[in-house]
Design a protein around this ligand. Sequence first.
Ligand code: ADP
Ligand code: MG
Length: 255
Amino acid sequence: HEAGGVVLSARGLVKRFGGVTAVNDITLDIHAGEVLAVIGPNGAGKSTLVNLLSGNLLPTAGAVSIENEDFTGKPAHVVARHGLSRSFQTPCLFEGMDVLSTVKVGAHLRGRVGMLRSSVPTRGALREERELDRLAHAVLERLSLGHLAAEDAKNLSLGQQKKIEIARALVANPKVLLLDEPCAGLNKAEKKSLLVLLRQLGREGIAVLVIEHDMEFVMAAADRVHVVNFGATLKVGAPAEVQADQSVIDAYLGV
Ligand code: ADP
Ligand code: MG
């Protein structure tokens, strides 16, 4: 399908940690309705790149914008409020919190829920909370996690925890979704359903960036592939084009 306008744009991103240049001048656009895969060897800078895009890290240089509005240096909660949701490489769930509440945190992060704004819940805020319950249940059903709504999130398998992270990201109704290695820990059937979900999200117009090592998944899920090596862009192109590229094979696929 045809991708839409640019939702998330990064220009010349650089991130140094002391003497290590983790990200070295990366420029990319993610379009509405597009699934962009970011691949590359361990330590190439993929997670750092996502952290720069989401406002979880400050860039050393470069700029990030969402729909032409500059968000460079803005904290993650501000970026989230403007439509960017993400998951983390290591699931980040809270012990003692049930799955439904965990998922609802995603909408609170987006800052759309009245309960957070006033200490005395108003009728409007309670209505919003009920609306949010319905939305969270719907997202859980969509990810086939409905039966786990009351479960303590920490009791779930890694695969289920990763899906709950995605549910939490989706409940905020994002324009752009960033997923850091969502397939790690998933079995074949779970990968397949994640693949179907990402394609659906693309068709709904969400801009999706997914870091992933599983090449079979990348080839099936991605509209475009951005290869990162030593913090820099090695190649950007259609999946088949990238897979056949000798420099990509040498740096990543051949090993
Ligand atoms: P990838 O996700 O591609 O495996 P990362 O972005 O995690 O790579 O890491 C890129 C490089 O930056 C690595 O050399 C890593 O050790 C370094 N790095 C990442 N985060 C930090 C940090 N918070 N402090 C220092 N070095 C870091
Ligand atoms: Mg990583």
